[in-house]
Design a protein around this ligand. Structure first.
Ligand code: FE
Ligand code: FE
Ligand code: ZN
Length: 305
């Protein structure tokens, strides 16, 4: 099973640090940002430690094809303001070029928010922006994966139909795909808990399963259809272990990187711990552990010094 998590990319270790972190969780795939997700400051290429990254990938048996990059979520391609939209296109073009330099071929993108102009206008702007980015990076092998969104605020991509509408407007079909986030589609109203097969069939009918390239395996704190987008630890939320494991074990998704974006487990107000190593073990064992959160806190507390 290809399973890993979102990892950070901080300090001086950059991408080498990302692989080390993924390795420490026992991952065989992972997802990272190319800098802080909430800003557009980026270090120069030579500071990213790309060579070291590739050596570490070999050491940890991770294929570069299973390294997923997440575009920053503060740029908005659906933005009605022309100047800001131009900035978004330019910035994301640079991110695509960095992916090329790294050798990563999958970049997940939150499509954008229409901020009141309506989904149709938003969808058109998103597609136009992506077409421009592809034009700017001709010959690149990097795919953009539109992420299925929870529909918070004015987010575009809140239904399979909206994702499909964007894809239809994109000229280079070879470079566009989809990242399905289980928390987001649950919060968006899809009943994966009671109707797993039908939801997958609907995705196949509307978008096509062959376009699905990455899964975000997240549980949700909120009820189906609430459009909230608050992730919960694997098996501890409204989706639950059994349903999430259907995605994890589905033969049709065997070759897709499955990425956990679970919240850190809090010990108290000031301290929280990464759950990924423990969640990955639990998923591989295919057995829910209702005491996992307590065990995570205990583990880190007793290994403190
Ligand atoms: Fe995302
Ligand atoms: Fe996600
Ligand atoms: Zn989310």
């Amino acid at each position: 099973m290809k399973i890993g998590s979102h990892v950070s990319n901080k300090g001086s270790e950059m991408l080498a640090g990302s692989v080390m972190e993924a390795g420490s969780y026992g991952s065989n795939c992972f997802m990272t940002y190319l800098g802080a997700p909430q800003n557009t400051f980026r270090k120069p290429l030579e500071d990213l430690k790309i060579g070291e990254m590739h050596e570490l990938l070999k050491e940890h048996n991770i294929d570069i094809k299973d390294v997923v990059v997440h575009a920053p979520y503060i740029v908005n391609l659906a933005q009605p303001n022309d100047e800001k939209r131009r900035f978004a296109v330019e910035f994301l073009t640079k991110e695509l070029k960095t992916c090329d330099a790294i050798g990563a071929t999958l970049m997940v993108l939150h499509p954008g928010a229409h901020v009141g102009e309506g989904p149709e206008a938003g969808i058109k702007r998103i597609a136009a922006g992506i077409n421009e980015m592809f034009e700017n990076t001709k010959g690149s092998k990097v795919m953009i994966l539109l992420e299925t969104m929870a529909g918070k605020g004015t987010e575009c991509g809140r239904s399979f139909e909206e994702i499909k509408a964007m894809m239809d407007l994109i000229e280079d079909k070879s470079r566009i795909g989809v990242c399905l986030d289980t928390c987001h589609i649950h919060d968006g109203g899809y009943d994966i808990v009671n109707d797993y097969e039908n939801v997958i069939n609907e995705f196949d009918r509307i978008i096509g399963l062959k376009h699905l390239k990455v899964l975000h395996l997240n549980d949700s704190k909120n009820l189906r259809g609430t459009h909230k987008d608050r992730h919960e630890n694997f098996g501890f939320g409204q989706i639950g272990f059994e349903t999430l494991m259907k995605f994890a074990n589905d033969e049709r998704f065997r070759d897709l990187p499955k990425i956990l974006e679970s919240p850190y487990v809090p010990k108290d107000k000031n301290t929280s711990y990464p759950p990924y190593k423990f969640e990955i073990e639990m998923i591989r064992a295919n057995q829910f552990n209702p005491n996992l959160k307590e065990e995570i806190v205990e583990y880190f507390e007793s290994n403190k010094n």
